[in-house]
Design a binder for this molecule. Structure first.
Ligand code: NAI
Ligand code: OAA
Length: 273
């Protein structure tokens, strides 16, 4: 029987998923929506042929579905992920950067094992997760690194910017604004670099995955370049993603990845690793 999906967060990605359920691209049904800005949700649901149900409490959300898709932010993962898994619902995470916190990741894993719930982290806005997973299964990765290049406007609100002695918004040429581990990148840029943590979970972990973030005032795309080396060879991918019109931080590819993952769960034929 098709799953019932509920949405934690109804912004750029949440709306794309709801649209894909509404128009039949995903054969699941939509149980309910929870967003901490309910007024904006009221406006947004008018576009749908079947208006989704809005709830104001998390327990109502988990009661409405088999699978909760989080598209809200790292703080929402920290606040709600454990209780979602405790309820027995499966959980699909977009704000995967929250899992750079090793204690939270362990807590979620042990809770899921105990309750039998599954945790899904789709590839999101990056390409090459399939190959990284395959290489790591034969223990063949030596190094994994990610270079992310975005327009300075995409970094608005990132806590790390406050530590710099210059304004990224005033840059006239590309500049490396961060170099470090995926663990540190996830805390420094919580809304920009979830892809680094997906890559880490697929490969060498957040402490051994290197991240470089470049602010480029001439760049219109969200660029993610992955470089890995190991016994299976080298893996190099580059995506030049179109930013979502409503949220330049979020690449349009990211909701596509979730929609594909949700539909794959309903399918009998599964492509890729
Ligand atoms: N894994 C990946 O490749 C990618 C992950 N992301 C992440 O996905 C998440 C969603 O992205 P967008 O839809 O573009 O963001 P958005 O800002 O457009 O929408 C987020 C929605 O969640 C709501 N929200 C925020 N905190 C909440 C909370 N604690 N409880 C309930 N609702 C809350 C907001 O009101 C808003 O409606 C972000 O964390 C973003 O960083 C985005 C792009 C790629
Ligand atoms: O959408 C993107 O390009 C990537 C992104 O925001 C993230 O990984 O958090």
């Amino acid at each position: 029987m098709p799953r019932t999906v509920a949405l934690l967060g109804f912004g750029t990605i949440g709306q794309e998923i709801a649209r894909a359920i509404d128009d039949g691209t995903i054969s699941s049904s939509l149980g309910a929506i929870y967003d901490n800005q309910p007024d904006r949700v009221e406006e947004r649901i008018r576009q749908f042929s079947v208006e989704p149900r809005i709830v104001t409490e998390m327990h109502q959300l988990t009661a409405s579905a088999d699978l909760i898709v989080e598209a809200a932010g790292q703080s929402a993962v920290k606040e709600y992920a454990v209780s979602v898994l405790e309820s027995g619902c499966d959980l699909m995470l977009l704000s995967v950067g929250a899992l750079a916190d090793a204690d939270l990741w362990k807590h979620l894993s042990t809770t899921a094992e105990r309750t039998g719930a599954s945790i899904y982290a789709p590839s999101g806005a990056i390409a090459g997760i399939d190959a990284i997973k395959a290489a790591s299964r034969v223990g063949a990765l030596d190094s994994v690194s990610l270079t992310t290049i975005k327009n300075p406007s995409s970094f608005e609100g990132a806590p790390y910017l406050d530590t710099l002695d210059y304004q990224v918004q005033s840059l006239s040429e590309p500049r490396v604004v961060f170099e470090g581990t995926a663990t540190d990148a996830a805390a420094a840029f919580p809304s920009n670099i979830n892809v680094a943590v997906i890559l880490s979970l697929a490969g060498l972990g957040t402490d051994r995955t290197r991240v470089r973030i470049v602010a480029d005032p001439n760049e219109k795309s969200n660029v993610h370049q992955l470089d890995a080396t190991g016994r299976t060879g080298t893996i190099e991918t580059t995506v030049r993603n179109v930013p979502s019109p409503n949220n330049p931080k979020t690449s349009y590819l990211a909701p596509g990845s979730v929609i594909e993952k949700l539909q794959d769960l309903e399918s009998t034929f599964h492509i890729g690793t």
